[in-house]
Design a protein around this ligand. Structure first.
Ligand SMILES: Nc1nc2c(ncn2[C@@H]2O[C@H](COP(=O)(O)OP(=O)(O)OP(=O)(O)O)[C@@H](O)[C@H]2O)c(=O)[nH]1
Ligand SMILES: [Mg+2]
Length: 356
């Protein structure tokens, strides 16, 4: 860049030369300013790890919150989250022969309708809330058996009546909790509220296997990679392949990407996410059942250290590599990590641009 600029200056040293020099200087200045102040950040990670939730937090923190359109767009997704959670519960009752209102599930008309054709139910919200709050066995007995219940499943069951009420408008927490799979590559631009004249291009991708071949398209000139990994997935299998453990898949993907030339000059952040879910899960489910090399028992600190170590060893170059523990649904947690990450990116960018 520097060499190219000076060769132009010499060639153009005629009557219009001064103009050219000024033009080039302005261009270089503009390039440097733009380059220094626009950061490209890519969110990657396997399915359901929390990438889109981090992006939603950017909306809350830096873009004035969710718009009316965002809310309208996600009403149906919130209702589907309620419905899916109740269908999983009822399916488990059916599989295990657990009775509701003293009868098998197929003979309880509400339950049967929810499983067969929920949309035919006039007031699904009232029906679901009635079952969920009226049948204690669902929460106490059946729920623990539904091992693949989504992280926000219980949250939405508790919100069933509100989510289906006429004129329902999702709260910020509903929007952070709602699960809707991402497809394709979605870029969001924003200027962080903490100023500094920076602007961010944040790219969110779909994490499931079928989506990953698209990732390469957004890997050029990346300033920072935020690899999101769920801490709580050690006892789960992939939605798209029930034979593969989710943590193993995420470690494989991390190893393949964290060492590529694409990110040679980028900061790599590893967000060990879903800390809130992990804290509860580790009390009950021993990591050793799924990863026999773990010897720490039902201990949060040892469990965290074990999973963190697995990721850490997979990144060969430890330079510009930062690990944070996060709860993406918690705005304060994301704000704290975001600030720390931003400082690193600004410094890294300043150093790399300074070399020009
Ligand atoms: N409790 C809890 N739930 C979380 C956390 N992070 C994400 N979730 C929930 O996990 C679900 C999946 O989160 P998403 O952000 O959609 O995951 P994603 O990585 O974008 O998934 P894909 O788009 O399929 O790649 C949502 O219901 C989120 O609310 C967390 O830290 N704690
Ligand atoms: Mg997503």
């Amino acid at each position: 860049m520097g060499a190219c600029g000076s060769s132009n200056t010499v060639t153009d040293a005629n009557s219009s030369g001064r103009k050219s020099v000024i033009g080039i200087e302005t261009q270089v200045k503009a390039y440097n300013t733009a380059d220094r102040s626009t950061f490209k950040i890519v969110l990657i990670g396997t399915g359901e790890c929390g990438k889109s939730t981090i992006l939603k937090q950017m909306k809350i923190l830096h873009m004035g919150g969710f718009s009316k359109e965002d809310k309208i767009e996600l009403v149906e997704a919130c209702q589907i989250n309620v419905l899916n959670a109740m269908q999983m519960i009822l399916q488990k009752c059916r599989d295990e022969g657990i009775k509701l209102r003293g009868k098998p599930v197929d003979e309880v008309s509400v339950a049967n309708s929810l499983l067969v054709n929920a949309h035919s139910l006039g007031n699904a919200g009232t029906e679901i809330a009635g079952l969920w709050n009226g049948e204690e066995c669902l929460r106490n007995e059946v729920l623990p058996l539904v091992t693949d219940m989504p992280d926000s499943g219980v949250y939405f069951l508790d919100r069933a009546a509100e989510v289906y009420a006429a004129g329902y408008s999702p709260s910020d927490m509903d929007l952070l909790k709602v699960r809707r799979r991402t497809t394709g590559i979605n870029e969001t631009k924003f200027v962080p509220a903490d100023g500094g004249g920076r602007s961010i291009r944040m790219i969110d991708v779909g994490g499931q296997r079928g989506e990953r071949m698209k990732w390469m398209k957004c890997f050029d000139s990346v300033d920072a990679v935020m690899f999101i990994a769920s801490l709580s997935e050690y006892n789960q299998t992939l939605e798209e392949d029930s034979t593969k453990n989710r943590l193993t898949e995420s470690l494989d993907v991390f190893k393949a990407l964290a060492n590529t030339a694409f990110f040679k000059n980028s900061a790599v952040f590893l967000f060990l996410n879903k800390d809130d879910v992990f804290k509860e899960k580790i009390k009950e489910f021993d990591i050793a059942t799924y990863f026999p090399d773990y010897k720490g028992g039902l201990n949060y600190d040892l469990g965290l250290k074990f999973i963190q170590g697995k990721y850490y060893r997979r990144r060969k170059n430890k330079e510009n590599f930062y690990v944070h523990v996060t709860t993406a649904t918690n705005t304060k947690s994301v704000e704290f990590v975001w600030r720390a990450a931003c400082n690193v990116i600004v410094d890294l960018k300043a150093n790399s641009v300074g070399v020009l």
